[in-house]
Design a protein around this ligand. Structure first.
Ligand code: BTN
Length: 319
């Protein structure tokens, strides 16, 4: 793929490809068939050579690296790209457990076991969305982790607004991003921690970008940027914007003592439901009440018949 991209629109002989990647011409043919099965538009056959007809919007490290210079995801950091994987979060957690550096990035074209919050899965159709997980190693207590997840939501919102300023996403606590009342992005933050110290965090972001339809069970609740805007989006551009934006949020959180309060305030300002909305919370013993903003660690405050309650987890249903 890399070789064809560096000769995009040019016919490259099977022999040259075989020489450059150190394999046989018949193996090249097999690899080209695999690329086609993945949706890459390659013309030609062994006798004529091969030609990449269009530069595909694949989340390859070399497509992102230039934009990430100077960020925690930049030079010297590893960007892992998979055409098909179970879950980028599971993969990142595994690598983090084996000592992978902060700032390592895991991207997939397709996930077959994409994980959502709680017992949910994440629908991850091939090359339609962004499925991205990053490893972070902030020095903090596990009870402070939520703020990183909220900051990731703000980072996605900023990245979308940079490309399409007219589309302002609504944040739904803790980690959903909505357009027109439907969800287009979810964030799953997982961690490995001692009682008082986080060893590593994995922040996983799933963004529905170019989907034009969803399975029946998601149709009423899910949307994509393409479905909302009517145009196809460059996943590479959005992913670069997301990682730059995540870098800004993360640095300010670890470097600036006031950043937590600022994130909480910005989250409140970017959410139509975090204050003054009637809600029910599915977990937490099933409480119902009216939202009253976030506390200093980012937990949701709900005024119930029994008084003010702090919601630390669970799914918020808007009434
Ligand atoms: C949710 O809203 O339930 C969270 C969804 C998080 C999905 C992303 S896609 C990339 C990363 N890998 C996973 O398996 N899950 C997250």
């Amino acid at each position: 793929m890399r070789l064809l991209m560096s000769h995009a629109m040019v016919v490259v002989s099977g022999t040259k490809i075989a020489e450059e990647i150190g394999t046989s011409r018949s193996e090249v043919w097999r690899l080209i068939q695999q690329l086609r099965a993945l949706g890459v538009d390659v013309a030609g056959h062994p006798a004529t050579g091969y030609q990449l007809r269009a530069v595909p919007d694949l989340l390859l490290p070399e497509m992102l690296a230039a934009s990430l210079k100077g960020t925690i995801f930049g030079a010297g950091k590893q960007i892992h790209h998979y055409y098909k994987i179970g879950s980028t979060n599971a993969e990142a957690m595994r690598w983090a457990g084996e000592g992978a550096a902060e700032g390592s990035v895991f991207l997939a074209e397709e996930q077959v076991a994409g994980r959502g919050r709680g017992a949910h899965s994440w629908h991850s159709a091939r090359s339609m969305g962004i499925y991205c997980s990053v490893i972070l190693r902030p020095a903090m207590a596990p009870s402070d982790a939520l703020i990183f997840s909220l900051a990731a939501g703000l980072a996605v919102r900023a990245a979308v607004a940079e490309i399409a300023p007219q589309f302002v996403a609504d944040l739904k606590w803790p980690n959903d991003l909505l357009l027109g009342g439907k969800k287009f992005c979810g964030i799953l933050t997982e961690m490995n921690a001692e009682a008082t110290r986080v060893r590593h965090l994995v922040v996983g972001v799933g963004i529905n970008v170019n989907q034009v339809k969803f399975p029946a069970e998601l149709r009423e609740i899910a949307t994509s940027l393409r479905m909302e805007t009517g145009t196809e989006w460059s996943r590479v551009e959005l992913c670069a914007g997301l990682l730059k934006s995540l870098d800004r949020e993360y640095r300010s959180l670890v470097e600036d003592g006031d950043a937590r309060a600022v994130i909480v305030r910005r989250f409140e300002e970017s959410s139509s439901s975090v204050r003054g909305r009637k809600v029910t919370i599915e977990e937490n013993g099933g409480l119902a009440g009216v939202t009253e903003g976030l506390d200093e660690r980012g937990f949701l405050l709900v005024r119930t018949a029994e008084g003010l309650r702090t919601v630390v987890s669970g799914t918020v249903r808007l009434l």
